[in-house]
Design a protein around this ligand. Structure first.
Ligand SMILES: [Zn+2]
Ligand SMILES: [Zn+2]
Length: 249
């Protein structure tokens, strides 16, 4: 089938992006899901720093590529061997498809899956191929998803089913921002009761780190690195924070 997708053909030549427009909305071809794959209608997708790092070349990836990896949508079809999802199920994307068998997966750290990282680096699905193409030329997938599109074909390993009553916009955040923010508190910082934490930047990741740190921290400092031009006049302190502080002060 043909779908509309945002294609990055080469790294951005300059900013601001609303003028240089590094991505082009194009009609591209999406192949049906193969074995172990799922066709998803994308309902919401977030713009993450990892997408921007590909746009500006900080994170080199094979191009052309359809970006987007933080997404929520509805299953439309499943490939052979997918028995635990059916059309109509709501799903959230996972930016690291995990094989379940390699050493990091066996150790309970699927975010470090070796075959998953290999596929992501090559801009392909875990089977080693792309399901996106344009005029018979393959388009690369971003982090196994490519969600800046009307639909996506992804590995079953790139999806987590979610309840249907979660709004798509909020559900999409669990595809990256919540994982990253909560993971920073729980797995990286390993905050303990009574810890003091500084959350630098209140985008999706920072806002997810705040509630994650609340059970363990008595005091927190929020440094707003994103809205400093309007903090605190237009933005109140996020719930659960203490000692909010503007980066400009
Ligand atoms: Zn991300
Ligand atoms: Zn693995």
């Amino acid at each position: 089938m043909f779908i509309k997708a945002a294609v990055l053909r080469e790294t951005a030549s300059g900013v601001p992006y609303d003028l240089t427009r590094p991505m082009e909305i194009a009609d591209v071809e999406l192949a049906p899901p193969g074995p172990g794959e799922v066709l998803v209608a994308i309902k919401a997708a977030g713009l993450c720093h990892s997408d921007l790092s590909v746009v500006n070349g900080d994170r080199p990836r094979p191009l052309p590529m359809v970006l987007g990896h933080e997404a929520a949508g509805v299953v439309e079809a499943v490939g052979d061997g997918v028995s635990d999802l059916v059309p109509g199920d709501h799903v959230v994307s996972v930016f690291m498809p995990n094989c379940g068998h390699c050493l990091p997966c066996a150790e309970g750290r699927p975010a470090l899956c070796e075959p998953g990282a290999l596929a992501n680096g090559g801009g392909v699905l875990t089977g080693g191929h792309a399901r996106l193409s344009e005029k018979a030329h393959a388009l690369h997938h971003h982090l196994g998803v490519s969600a800046f599109a009307e639909r996506a074909v992804v590995s079953r390993r790139s999806l987590v089913p979610v309840p249907r009553d979660i709004p798509f916009v909020e559900a999409a955040l669990f595809g990256c921002a919540v994982l990253t923010g909560v993971g920073a508190v729980v797995n990286t910082a390993k905050l303990t009761m009574g810890s003091t934490a500084a959350v630098v930047g209140l985008g999706g990741v920072g806002l997810a780190a705040l509630p994650a740190s609340s059970p363990t921290s008595r005091r927190r400092i929020c440094v707003n690195a994103i809205c400093r031009a309007c903090w605190p006049e237009r933005y109140s302190a996020p719930s659960g924070s203490a000692n909010p502080m503007s980066a400009r002060t």
